[in-house]
Design a protein around this ligand. Sequence first.
Ligand code: NAD
Length: 495
Amino acid sequence: MTIHTPAAAFRSPAMPGATPVTVASGDGIGPEIMNAALQMMLAAGARLAVEPIVIGETAYRDGHGSGIPPEAWDSIRRTGLLFKAPITTPQGGGYKSLNVTLRKSLGLFANTRPCLSYAPFVATRHPVMDVVIIRENEEDLYAGIEHRQTDEVVQCLKLVSRPGCEKIVRYAFDYARANGRRKVTCFTKDNIMKMTDGLFRKVFDEVAADYPGIASDHMIIDIGAARLAARPEEFDVVVTLNLYGDILSDIAAEISGSVGLGGSSNIGEHGAMFEAVHGSAPQIAGQGIANPSGLLLSGIMMLVHVGQREVAERLHLAWLKTIEDGIHTPDIFLEGVSARRVGTQAFADAVIDRLGQAPRTLPRPDYAAATAIVPFTPPRRPAADKRLVGIDVFVHAAGTSPEVLAARMQAAASGMLALTMVSNRGVKVWPEGHPQTFLTDHWRCRFEMPAPRQFTKAMVAELLAGLARAGIDFVKTEHLFTFDGVPGYSLGQGQ
Ligand code: NAD
């Protein structure tokens, strides 16, 4: 059976106490699963005033480059709450990612994905898995600041801020507390990225001390990810930076069982968005066989967020009972385990029939303290004593050697500053480099001001003027500062 009722069918008449929510039915299987999810939520007693919007493929085709027309923005800004079915990303260039636009515009810094297995009712290699991945959503390599600097080298800036770390880490611990979780594990690569990942870990350790009831530990992301894939039962809540979280949450969702079962929340100071983990599955669109569970579970997270905890719990229990009773859509149907293969609508009807019931063997979710997590506003700290002590000048130079380049740089600087290091792709090549090091056309030349002389910004301009006169092709500079006497820069590998 094909279901194509748009969210407009749920446009609610004024209902006292109802929470206004913007609803996007999306593309592909989106309208079918949104229809089913809303039916189940409203049947469970959700008090929602639905405002339907059209975003995605249609909006892109109508010439809205971000896939979001102005009237959709009006609704999203008004309600601050978006319940979103998956959309199809158009092929070809020129389109901005709708999800990234929403995330950045609404400041949705916290992405939460519960990844559970439902053994023995849904096939999984990991019968005991109940992990929540909390991913920082705005910073890290996703700032999208990239430059080509030489013929051979491009770069991407990894930006990590202390307030950004404080917000996400505190969110993870508050989430753990509100959801009866016992442990928060932090994943970073701070053995290599001592400043960026190091800051994330430092903040994690500071914040963990404020939550004595919740255990905490840290793992290097590579071994941590391997362990998560092999023994997910050892993990509870995982908090990590943007890129790691992006990869990790897909791995965790995949190994837990069906891609159709994952829900997610995106929370910020000025809004929240709830959606399934999966995409618009165009191959099965219109057939009435898509699993609405991922979207429903994100809807249940939304009900908690808007303070309708009892409705969320009632619906969650009925859904678990349906799964336990073997009423399964084709994506999770398994001969010998499942009892009845059903389509999207029949699945929704089965959940509605079970409202008021609870699962017999699947664990009951802990809703005792479940509540919206209020984003933490980090206090601004007093400025540190910041001193300029040197400068890294990045140079484009092909077919040269470290010694020749060092001599040219020193001559051009005319004794004003001391050249202390030349590195190539981060590896020190002067003084005393290794002939085996592969050299590109992109060099970093570090100048430092010997104490007690004071280096000033005016000297930076003078230095660069000298380099320009000498015909040196400098492509970027990074100032070297100390903050309260602590160097705010990394050493070259081998320095
Ligand atoms: P997909 O998640 O849509 O599909 C992957 C596989 O899982 C397919 O075999 C699909 O049939 C199956 N599947 C997914 N959801 C299902 C469900 N609810 N019930 C049953 N089976 C389900 O991923 P894809 O094929 O890589 O992407 C399809 C489109 O979705 C692309 O345009 C992509 O850009 C988009 N997408 C959107 C979002 C989003 O809006 N948040 C997320 C991911 C992908």
